[in-house]
Design a binder for this molecule. Structure first.
Ligand code: SF4
Ligand code: SF4
Length: 129
């Protein structure tokens, strides 16, 4: 399950908060995506479902903002023409064709890179907050 972990202030910059939370909780955390600038760092992490609440609480105790991501990518099925362009570009193998050449999504694999959004010729894909 995915969590968005966000920090705003530079005073946490030197704190190895990810390593600390992994050691404290024993959770096998995978970092899907990291966006870092001068004022903010946003991490999208994948956490085993049985550790989700514990991990979220440990990050909060360290002063970080944590939000569960339930929707990762918006797909407008009405617009989609099943061209397969998204299959080619998605690094996480979210999209597949079935035997009838119809697109299917495994949304849980999405790392919110947004590459498919730009690649879709029908604007059938969008990011979600
Ligand atoms: S690129 Fe867009 S139109 Fe093509 S299959 Fe993917 S979602 Fe559908
Ligand atoms: S944003 Fe699109 S391209 Fe990126 S991982 Fe998610 S589904 Fe794949």
């Amino acid at each position: 399950m995915k969590l968005l972990v966000r920090r705003y202030t530079s005073d946490l910059h030197e704190t190895p908060y990810m390593a600390e939370v992994i050691l404290e909780t024993g959770a096998k955390i995978n970092i899907d995506r990291a966006n870092v600038d001068a004022v903010r760092a946003d991490l999208i992490i994948d956490v085993p479902s049985d550790k989700l609440e514990q991990v979220a609480e440990h990050f909060r105790q360290k002063g970080l903002e944590v939000r569960r991501l339930t929707k990762l990518i918006a797909w407008d099925e009405e617009r989609c023409i099943h061209c397969g362009a998204c299959i080619s570009v998605c690094p996480a193998h979210v999209f597949t064709f079935d035997q009838a050449w119809t697109i299917h999504l495994e949304e849980g694999k999405c790392i919110r890179c947004d590459v498919c959004i730009k690649a879709c010729p029908l604007n059938a894909l969008a990011s979600v907050d």
